[in-house]
Write a protein that binds this ligand. Structure first.
Ligand SMILES: [Zn+2]
Length: 61
């Protein structure tokens, strides 16, 4: 395993962490207040709705 490979993994990890930290639009109140609560659990800080979604990215169907 070369150092270039390791660097690429770090960039991927950073990207995933950024996705996990950002706010997403709430399907209930349409405000961008959905934050990650735990792995796979997301909560809207505005209307307190909770959603089960991806561990790192919020997408409710
Ligand atoms: Zn909401």
């Amino acid at each position: 395993m070369g150092s270039r490979y390791g660097k690429r993994i770090n960039e991927e990890v950073r990207k995933i962490q950024n996705m996990a930290r950002s706010s997403y639009k709430c399907p209930s109140c349409s405000r961008k207040r959905v934050k990650k609560l735990a792995a796979g659990i997301w909560e809207c800080k505005k209307c307190k709705s909770r959603y089960a979604s991806g561990a790192y990215k919020f997408n409710v169907k």
